[in-house]
Write a protein that binds this ligand. Structure first.
Ligand code: SAM
Length: 171
């Protein structure tokens, strides 16, 4: 099972990007998202609402105590940061573990301890970009591109793909 831990959320300032981290995590295979930083019920509610309508059973929770989340997690802990060696060097090793995965993504400033607590510090290139992009690219590689075939049996609404136009079907 894949869990994404989003560190250092700031209400208002990070509202959209944290929502996008959670939605990206869901679409790319995570079953659980834990938000840390400032508590923000609006995000918890809006992501839970998407998960309920579009299916997949994503659980989203808040935990102020990110240290305990990382410490208590049973499985492989991967921290995404521009300062680390490239994903390409370690992804095979991480996948071979066939373990539960805790994927840790930061916000403005990630506490130094995170680098020590993670089993792997991994960069998606060594340029600064975004927690959304880093989450998507790591999970794409980790799941062998599973997002291209993902459908959720419990979805109340789904897209009927068209070359042009927009169509959704309600179950
Ligand atoms: N200088 C920051 C850092 O520590 O990577 C950039 C902060 S960035 C706004 C927020 C988060 O996006 C980072 O904590 C990291 O999880 C992710 N991120 C950004 N660029 C990345 C990269 N090149 N590789 C992996 N993760 C990245």
């Amino acid at each position: 099972m894949i869990t994404v831990l989003r560190l250092g959320h700031r209400r208002f300032r990070d509202m959209r990007i944290t929502t996008h981290v959670a939605l990206t995590a869901r679409a790319f295979g995570a079953k659980k998202v834990i938000l840390s930083g400032e508590k923000d019920d609006k995000i918890l509610e809006s992501v839970a609402d998407v998960a309920k309508r579009w299916g997949g059973g994503l659980e989203i929770t808040y935990d102020k105590n990110w240290k305990r989340v990382i410490k208590d997690f049973k499985g492989t802990k991967v921290h995404l940061t521009m300062f680390a060696p490239s994903m390409t060097e370690k992804i095979k090793e991480i996948k071979a573990k066939k373990d539960s995965l805790l994927l840790i993504v930061g916000g403005e400033k990630v506490p130094g301890e995170v680098f020590q607590m993670a089993d792997y510090n991994i960069a998606i290139g060594n340029q600064p970009h975004s927690e959304v992009a880093a989450t998507a690219i790591f999970l794409h590689e980790y799941t062998n591109g599973a997002e291209f075939k993902t459908t959720f049996k419990d979805a109340k609404i789904k897209v009927d793909p068209l070359e042009r136009g927009r169509k959704t079907v309600e179950n």
